[in-house]
Design a binder for this molecule. Structure first.
Ligand code: D5M
Ligand code: FE
Ligand code: ZN
Length: 553
């Protein structure tokens, strides 16, 4: 069989029991006759080598007279079907667990591992990976690289990546632009639903008229008699809307965040200085939204908040996760999405340095890169930055700069902005780190958004069709010409992290997942009594959008 591409090379190496670095595979594939090169490289390989590394290929190519090193392949442009092997090397220290591997299953005593939405089926299971001491058997039932399917069946597209697109100069005018764009684009989702007029036009309508308006929430106040006054702003000015405390819409007032876009309809008071609200509309996800699903059984692991470099980074749990990815149980996991906070960073919070294991930010990324290397080479990785990462804090956050991309290159991961949308075999996943969740949880009543049910806070963002509506609090907004934080399209999956709590459920058929972390409780979290959900990997079936949670801690 001719060795045409990286996928075939990976297959071949796997069948002979070798791991390979992605770069090594890429280099073999770039030679004139990959099959011959591969044979020769294996011939040269030291007897005890389990992994084919790029140095092995290089040392062969340097000596070989007919070497064709000329056709260099930029790994960042290589197709998704290249990659190295996933067969586990027999060194998995973390794979044997001292804890029992039975007694797993739905863990009703663990309040955070649950899905409060009934619509996602059996995803409550929280199972430990099978405990094994030695190499995991992945041969036999698996062909090729360890992942069961033909890599050519994969598809991965990115949308909304604003890396390199930033236009903001930090001028006041850019803030005006970003809000104008927000009102325009989210407003267009509402204008068909109400008979709307500009704020200034409403003021001059006769008292008692029916009026409608689309605007940004500029102010929310309670009146002396317990009603609510909501000031909406549009491009012409502001207009006050009164929600009577006994109207059904009064319940929705406590969900409102400043700067979100909504529409009101109601009746003008006699002097036309205020309107009484009859209906209120959010951009929202249509109840009829039907998510796209993959055509074959394929899974994605959704994680975030790795925090490499922190003393609390859970190295053993990560080892177990990476080892598990090499087992046949994980053969359908072909994608790994990481929603920010790769490393602990430096100077993110006061006194953070007291808990640093690695104090140099570049060394932290080097250590993270080592962690990526543990992931099977034939899993596609997509990652976005978070507030601990070395990019600007203001959102949208561009993907990492060239230097950091260079450091994190081991796995040829796609590195995109926060937020970005990645579409895996038709299933769109909106990835957003989640800093605004702190805000939503602080502002909204407990039953609508809490740290224990982070997915409910995500529902609010879906309803507002914006990942970070409120400006000026925890969430820093970068002034840009355009609002990159709008959910223009409804995603099939919404993936966030940041609050270090695991939770998932469905909102109008959109699967919302907040993916926990790989960092045990920090001193700060202890002081405010936050119990992080650390060492879990939610796994999504892309063909059904069902979720199972794998526990590695
Ligand atoms: O933050 C993880 C979670 O903990 C998130 O909800 C913010 C909160 N957190 C953590 N450290 C602090 C400090 N020092 N002040 C305020 N809030 C904090 P992450 O940013 O992902 O580590
Ligand atoms: Fe984090
Ligand atoms: Zn964070």
């Amino acid at each position: 069989m001719p060795l045409e591409g990286p996928a075939r090379i990976v297959s071949e190496l796997t069948s002979r029991g070798y791991n390979a670095e992605r770069e090594a595979v890429t280099r073999i594939a770039a030679t004139e006759n990959p099959a011959t090169t591969l044979e020769a490289v294996l011939e040269d390989l030291p007897d005890d080598a389990l992994v084919v590394r790029s140095e092995h290929v290089d040392s062969f190519l340097e000596r070989a007279p007919v070497s064709d090193g000329a056709r260099t392949t930029d790994p960042s442009e290589s197709s998704i079907d290249d990659g190295s092997d996933s067969r586990k090397s027999p060194t998995g220290d973390g794979s044997s667990s001292s804890e029992s591997s039975t007694g797993d299953g739905p863990d009703s005593g663990e309040p955070s591992i649950r899905n409060t939405s009934a619509s996602t089926g059996d995803e409550q299971s929280t199972s430990r990976p099978t405990a094994t001491g030695g190499p995991v058997e992945t041969k036999g039932d698996l062909e090729g690289s360890g992942r069961s399917a033909d890599p050519l069946e994969r598809s991965l597209e990115i949308a909304g990546d604003m890396t390199g697109e930033s236009t903001g100069t930090g001028e006041y005018g850019d803030f005006v632009s970003v809000f104008r764009d927000r009102l325009e684009r989210l407003g267009s989702k509402l204008r068909g639903r109400v008979n709307h007029r500009p704020a200034t036009a409403i003021q001059s309508m006769p008292g008692g008229s029916e009026a409608g308006m689309v605007g940004l929430v500029n102010d929310v106040r309670s009146t002396a008699s317990g009603h609510w006054l909501i000031e909406l702003e549009d491009a012409t000015g502001t207009f006050p809307w009164l929600v009577m405390k006994d109207r059904e819409y009064a319940d929705l007032v406590d969900e409102l965040l400043y700067d979100e876009v909504l529409a009101m309809e109601g009746t003008l008071a006699d002097d036309s200085g205020i309107a009484f609200v009859d209906s209120m509309y959010f951009p929202d996800v249509p109840r009829t939204h039907e998510p796209t699903t993959a055509d074959r059984h394929v899974q994605a692991a959704l994680i975030s908040d790795v925090h490499v470099g922190s003393q609390e980074f859970m190295s053993e749990a990560w080892n177990r996760f990476a080892d598990w990815l090499h087992t046949s149980e994980a053969q359908h996991v072909e994608y790994l999405l990481i929603a920010g906070d790769m490393v602990e960073g430096v100077g993110v919070y006061p006194n953070q340095d007291e808990e640093l294991d690695v104090v140099d930010i570049y060394e932290q990324y080097e250590a993270f890169n080592e962690r990526l290397k543990q992931v099977p080479g034939d899993i596609e990785i997509v990652m976005i930055p978070g507030n601990h990462d070395a990019v600007r804090l203001a959102e949208p956050q561009p993907g990492f700069d060239e230097e950091l991309r260079g450091i994190m290159s081991a796995h040829d991961a796609r590195i995109v902005s926060n937020p970005s949308t990645v579409t895996l075999e038709g299933v769109s996943v909106l990835m957003y780190h989640g800093v605004s969740l702190d805000e939503v949880i602080a502002e909204l009543p407990e039953e609508k958004a809490s740290y224990d049910d982070p997915h409910r806070a995500m529902y609010q963002l879906l309803k507002k069709r914006h990942v970070a509506p409120q400006f000026g609090g925890h969430t820093r907004l970068a002034p840009e010409e355009k609002d990159y934080l709008i959910m223009e399209e409804v995603p099939d999956i919404f993936h966030t992290g940041h609050v270090h709590k695991l939770g998932f459920g469905k909102y109008h058929n959109v699967l919302a997942i907040n993916s926990g972390c790989w960092q045990s409780q920090t001193d700060f979290q202890k002081s405010v009594n936050i119990q992080p959900d650390a060492g879990f990997a939610p796994i999504v079936d892309l063909d059904t959008l069902n979720v199972t949670v794998q526990k590695f801690s």
